[in-house]
Design a protein around this ligand. Structure first.
Ligand SMILES: *[C@@H]1O[C@H](CO)[C@@H](O)[C@H](O)[C@H]1NC(C)=O
Ligand SMILES: *[C@@H]1O[C@H](CO)[C@@H](O)[C@H](O)[C@H]1NC(C)=O
Ligand SMILES: *[C@@H]1O[C@H](CO)[C@@H](O)[C@H](O)[C@H]1NC(C)=O
Ligand SMILES: *[C@@H]1O[C@H](CO)[C@@H](O)[C@H](O)[C@H]1NC(C)=O
Ligand SMILES: *[C@@H]1O[C@H](CO)[C@@H](O)[C@H](O)[C@H]1NC(C)=O
Ligand SMILES: *[C@@H]1O[C@H](CO)[C@@H](O)[C@H](O)[C@H]1NC(C)=O
Length: 256
């Protein structure tokens, strides 16, 4: 009798553990529910048909989870024609390493809380209608390799904190309304940087940065801004670009 009761209890316990192990973390689930509540237009019904409450979050389209802990590690919602704003609760997806909202119609600002996603390696918000300033807090994303905020309506200064993320390989801020100067030591902490695109903005002043410290740079594009002078290494660019290019040993594409 007792043995059977113990057995039943054990079976029940195993069953409960199984259930809790296969459920997504509640924090992750509530962050995604807040996110979908802020989607104002989903013309193809991609999310509204699929992200249904009561079904396992890890099976939702565009969502990938870690196998062991069932934490959301990737959110890929590229090119789904979604409109809406990005809620600050996104910053609660603390295991996220990949986030791609590119080529949609997201509007509003980039929430500061994105800076809490310190596991993030890939962040693309390209081709949306995001406005406001690039949050300084993105500087906390110390494992980030790709930062693509191109083709939005972002304005203000490029926060110097992002030039502190030494893991960055790609920075693309093309086609925004960014203004102000770039920091002089822009390349001091970017030893891995391969692609730097900041063309079609309103950047001004002398570009004095020691760009030659970005030794891995394959492509550099700074065209269509309002720089008055540019330097590569210690040399002011005077129209003798070919000789200055020796300061960027890996360069394959240069657009100034
Ligand atoms: C869910 O995630 C939060 C935040 O990372 C954490 O504090 C909490 O312990 C997690 N819960 C479970 C059941 O793993
Ligand atoms: C959502 O989409 C995924 C991937 O296409 C699919 O496996 C899952 O069954 C769908 N869920 C619902 C509730 O439609
Ligand atoms: C953007 O998304 C639309 C709609 O899904 C698609 O037709 C188009 O090819 C995408 N463009 C790019 C550049 O990815
Ligand atoms: C998620 O984030 C919001 C705002 O950043 C916060 O108010 C909330 O308490 C967080 N935690 C959970 C479990 O949703
Ligand atoms: C959104 O941005 C696109 C370019 O990326 C632009 O053509 C469109 O007019 C913008 N829409 C709104 C509502 O601002
Ligand atoms: C860059 O990183 C260093 C060391 O982590 C820190 O002291 C400094 O304040 C950071 N600079 C910016 C502009 O964020």
């Amino acid at each position: 009798m007792l043995a059977r009761a113990v057995m039943t209890y054990l079976l029940l316990l195993i069953y409960c553990i199984n259930i809790s192990a296969s459920r997504t973390n509640f924090t992750d689930e509530s962050a995604l529910l807040v996110f979908i509540a802020q989607i104002t237009n989903d013309p193809d019904g991609t999310l509204s048909k699929n992200w249904t409450q009561g079904t396992e979050v890890c099976s939702w389209i565009g969502v990938s989870c870690s196998t062991r802990k069932h934490r959301v590690v990737s959110l890929n919602l590229k090119s789904l024609r979604l409109r809406g704003s990005i809620p600050k609760e996104i910053g609660n997806l603390s295991f996220l390493s990949f986030l791609d909202f590119g080529n949609n119609t997201f509007n509003g600002v980039i929430p500061n809380e994105l800076g809490r996603l310190t596991r993030l390696k890939y962040l693309s918000l390209q081709m949306n209608n995001l406005t406001g300033e690039i949050p300084q807090s993105l500087g906390y994303l110390s494992r980030l390799q790709v930062l693509d905020l191109s083709e939005n309506d972002l304005y203000g200064y490029v926060p110097s904190s992002i030039f502190n993320i030494s893991s960055l390989k790609i920075i693309d801020l093309n086609l925004n309304d960014l203004s102000g100067n770039l920091p002089n030591d822009m390349c001091s902490n970017l030893p891995m940087l391969q692609y730097l695109f900041m063309d079609n903005n309103g950047l001004v002043g002398e570009l004095q940065s020691r760009l030659d410290k970005c030794t891995q740079l394959l492509a550099l594009s700074l065209s269509y801004n309002r720089f008055t002078d540019m330097y590569l290494g210690w040399n002011k660019l005077t129209g003798n670009i070919p000789s200055e290019i020796q300061n960027l040993p890996a360069i394959q594409h240069l657009s100034l």
